[in-house]
Design a protein around this ligand. Structure first.
Ligand code: AMP
Length: 477
């Protein structure tokens, strides 16, 4: 089947051909004819399936030529700025031969350019709810001409607490219109929302309910919390990963991990809600251009990011909401390529893993831990320049005692469960009596961040612990 077979105009078919799309994806093959028929549509498809084109192409087709009115005739409501920007970019690319005007509106940037763009005329408006309501209140966005309305990533909208904003937007729309709703997952709340505004919708679904992309190779490493960053550095360095999206649970955690990766010589950037729009756009552009290796993101900021053929996604921390796991790993293995999703699971996250497995209705394979070096926290007055190869197994689920150095430069082997091998200097007993956070604090006060070691830069690492004969042999002496 081709795009032309779906009944799209030659201008649109030409634009998607130039974009490199050889054939419609399954969601496009199902949704495009349904939207063209004028029916309301309820679509179950996650990001990565080609869902954007599934609603943008038929809407552009139905809009036809640029309208004589200045007010928009189609509205796409989407939860995040990044997603809004991507949808608008795609709409401009798909619509380049039909000269339809697409305007994008989201918060975090000046409102006046958006007011001016709307004033100049708009056919398709892509917006986040908050800014759209601001624009409407100021009289800059007139939604009375809307004929096609899309609620994109509806499940995320609800998670992000946009329900009241959505209801306010509904009130600004004309009663007669076509409604489309896209959601990766279906909760009862989503069903209720669908029932509220869709009229006898055609239901199209390409993935099983809450199913994860089949092509994503998923893997779990059971690892103590304080060893996660060393394992991540090891995976990036040893696997020669050049582009990895790393999820943390908090903005603070994203910043901290970014600094730790940077300090280790792994180029990294953070993307989360506290970053300015400029910083977010820059980090994303650097990541897409492979100027940085790791993009550390919180759930919300990363929502809907379209990064072509993203090879690796790491759940540095598991999400609290199991459905978010589906969204996160949806960043990889997109549009036909394969990808790998790695989850670093500490003992306190076991119940979150169980929830995810329950949702997926299968267990995720636990990979044996590779040998990797961890930096040893040291006493406050001791330069922290030590590291120890960590040896652990997939059954390593208990919180370990932290790794200690009995003297600067010492390399301390760690046994399963993070325990030290017996017979290695008693002096560390003094350090063990200190609280691990104190030691970490002391180390950070000295600004070492555990350099060098597995967490050291690629170049530095080559000259570090792992290049010692005992480590290279893969054995712990
Ligand atoms: P989406 O699910 O809309 O975020 O799309 C995921 C990725 O698939 C984007 O990079 C699109 O450009 C790409 N894509 C969408 N439709 C097709 C297609 N028919 N063939 C190849 N790639 C596509």
């Amino acid at each position: 089947m081709s795009f032309a077979d779906l009944g799209l105009s030659p201008e649109l078919v030409r634009a998607v051909a130039e974009k490199g799309y050889a054939a419609p994806t399954p969601i496009q093959a199902k949704a495009i004819p349904a939207v063209l028929s004028g029916r309301d549509v309820l679509a179950g498809a996650q990001t990565g399936t080609g869902k954007t084109a599934a609603f943008v192409l038929p809407i552009l087709h139905k809009l036809g030529r640029p309208g004589s009115q200045r007010a928009p005739r189609a509205l796409v409501l989407t939860p995040t700025r990044e997603l809004a920007a991507q949808i608008a970019d795609n709409a401009r690319t798909y619509g380049k031969y039909v000269r339809l005007r697409t305007v994008v509106a989201f918060g975090g940037v000046g409102i006046h350019p958006q007011i001016n763009a709307l004033r100049d005329g708009c056919d398709l408006l892509v917006a986040c709810p908050g800014r759209l309501l601001d624009l409407a209140e100021q009289g800059a966005a007139d939604l009375r001409e809307i004929r096609h309305f899309v609620l994109d990533e509806a499940d995320r909208m609800l998670d992000m607490g946009f329900i009241h904003a959505i209801k306010r937007v509904f009130k600004l729309l004309p009663p007669v219109r076509q409604n489309l709703m896209f959601s990766a997952t279906y909760s009862d709340d989503i069903r209720e929302l669908a029932g509220r505004f869709l009229r006898e919708p055609v239901t199209v679904e390409v993935a099983m309910r809450n199913a994860t992309a089949d092509r994503v190779e998923q893997q779990v490493f059971r690892v103590p919390k304080e060893h996660k960053r060393y394992l991540l550095a090891h995976l990036i360095n040893e696997g020669n990963w050049h582009q990895v999206l790393v999820f943390t649970r908090t903005k603070h955690g994203a910043n901290r991990l970014t600094q730790q990766l940077e300090a280790a010589g792994i180029p990294a950037g953070a993307i989360h809600g506290n970053k300015s729009q400029g910083a977010r756009v820059r980090a994303l552009a650097d990541f897409k251009a492979c100027k940085i290796v790791a993009l550390v993101a919180t759930e919300v900021a990363a929502r809907g990011l379209d990064i072509k053929e993203l090879p690796y996604v790491v759940n540095y921390e598991l999400p609290n909401v199991p459905e978010d796991y589906v969204h996160r790993i949806g960043r990889t293995a997109r549009a036909g390529s394969t990808g790998r999703a790695v989850s670093l699971v500490s003992p306190d996250e076991s119940s979150l893993l169980r929830d995810i497995e329950r949702l997926l209705r299968r267990s995720l394979p636990v990979a044996p831990l590779p040998q990797f070096a961890v930096s040893a926290p040291v006493a406050a007055n001791t330069p922290a320049r030590t590291q120890a190869p960590h040896r652990s197994t997939s059954s390593d689920v208990r919180e370990p005692r932290p790794v200690h150095a009995s003297r600067p430069g010492a390399v301390r082997p760690v046994q399963h469960n993070g325990r030290h091998a017996p017979g290695h200097g008693k002096r560390e007993g003094q350090q063990q009596s200190r609280h691990p956070h104190e030691r970490r604090g002391a180390q950070e006060r000295h600004g070492s961040h555990g350099k060098p070691g597995a967490f050291a830069s690629r170049g530095k690492r080559r000259a570090g612990a792992e290049t010692s004969p005992r480590f290279r042999s893969g054995k712990i002496a």
